[in-house]
Design a protein around this ligand. Structure first.
Ligand SMILES: NC(=O)c1ccc[n+]([C@@H]2O[C@H](COP(=O)([O-])OP(=O)(O)OC[C@H]3O[C@@H](n4cnc5c(N)ncnc54)[C@H](OP(=O)(O)O)[C@@H]3O)[C@@H](O)[C@H]2O)c1
Length: 339
């Protein structure tokens, strides 16, 4: 291969993100400078936050520029190294973007450059041991502070982050209730992930079902979706409940600002706490989480699903799967196998 295929951001999204927001291009393969490596991307990570990176507004990362390759986390293989710590053939994690090749270095881009530990597959590194697994781990344990016997509600529960957050709560001895869309996802949560109860928000009255499935009310609510489901959860707080604000995917494609919950005063009456976080702030603590997550996977206590699409042409359409709920577990796309 002597060109670098790319998907560039062509226009900022209005409403649902789609293929029209991107344009295909081919460029020369870039050359690494001193202290850098050239990486061939093998697997791309798809994350709801990419929708925010496409907008022209300051956030925790700058927006992707029009005409730039779409930003994305990735696993790739070093094809040329000008850095003493990396050799040709190494499997690495970086911010590869929607392209075949990227120049990477430690400290460059949000994910920097790190080796994939021996024995860890790219699928694991980009899911349960990657951003979504770490988000579940630190969001639930640091912010949610669940105690055995407490009730933990998780929205987006069948997704990459929610499914791990709920299972960690179960491992910590909590009663765990998950909210997800559709019978297939709800069945997986109960039968495989060991959730105590599930709520199908697409076919059930969420407010009534929280009341029915959480008779002792909520001590922790791990929120991935925001909107009406957040408002329903706020109706069922226990004294000193903790609401972990992980994400609000129900509003990411909205064309108008979505109304806030009408019942925020419940935080006052229940002396509850609602707190947001960005996982990039926790990356220096990743080893402690990865160690514990690996132990739970090895013991069979923690299950995870990956949804691996294939083909460079399918990259833009794969992002939309997150917002239509088509993904079953962590959304990835494989561009190539390692050599
Ligand atoms: N704070 C952080 O640092 C951080 C880091 C990573 C992720 N996050 C957040 O965590 C959340 C989950 O991300 P993920 O990467 O793990 O994705 P994911 O949960 O694997 O996939 C997204 C899921 O969101 C659900 N969804 C889509 N539209 C929805 C809507 N309108 N209402 C309710 N649910 C909807 C779909 O599940 P259903 O089929 O069940 O609807 C879909 O499968 C996102 O909000 C993301 O922004 C935050």
């Amino acid at each position: 291969m002597n060109t670098n295929r790319q998907w560039l951001l062509a226009q900022r999204p209005q409403g649902m993100v789609g293929k029209d927001n991107f344009t295909y291009a081919e460029q020369a393969i870039p050359e690494p400078g001193d202290g850098q490596v050239l990486v061939r991307n093998l697997y791309l990570s798809f994350d709801p936050t990419q929708r925010g990176w496409m907008e022209d507004r300051e956030s925790y990362l700058p927006p992707v520029g029009i005409g730039e390759p779409m930003r994305a986390g990735s696993i790739g293989q070093v094809v040329e190294s000008r850095h003493a710590d990396f050799a040709q053939g190494d499997l690495v994690q970086t911010t590869g973007g929607w392209q075949d090749f990227v120049v990477a270095a430690p400290g460059l881009g949000p994910m920097g450059l790190s080796k994939v530990p021996d024995g860890v597959t790219p699928e694991m590194m980009l899911s349960v041991l990657g951003i979504t697994g770490l988000t579940a781990y630190f969001g639930l344990l640091d912010l949610g502070q669940p105690k055995a016997g407490e009730t933990v509600l998780v929205s987006g529960a069948a997704g990459a982050t929610g499914s791990v957050a709920g299972q960690i709560a179960r491992i910590k001895g909590c009663r765990v209730v998950g909210i997800a869309g559709g019978p297939e996802k709800c069945a997986w949560l109960k039968d495989e992930a060991g959730f105590d109860e599930v709520i199908d928000y697409k076919s059930e009255d969420v407010n009534a079902r929280i009341a029915a499935t959480c008779p002792n009310k909520l001590d922790v609510y791990f929120d991935n979706v925001g909107g009406e489901i957040l408002e329903a959860a706020l109706n069922h707080l226990n004294l000193r409940a903790r609401i972990v604000m992980c994400g609000g995917i129900s509003g990411y494609n909205a064309t108008q600002p979505i109304p806030g919950p009408a019942n925020l005063m419940n935080l006052v009456t229940m002396r509850a706490r609602m707190e947001g976080f960005i996982i990039l702030d926790y990356m220096s603590r990743a080893p402690e989480a990865i160690n514990e997550l690996l132990g739970w996977i090895a013991s069979g206590e923690l299950k995870f699903q990956v949804d691996v699409q294939e083909g460079f042409d399918n990259i833009p359409d794969t992002l939309q799967r997150l917002f239509t709920g088509k993904n079953l577990g962590k959304q990835l796309l494989k561009i190539a196998d390692p050599v």
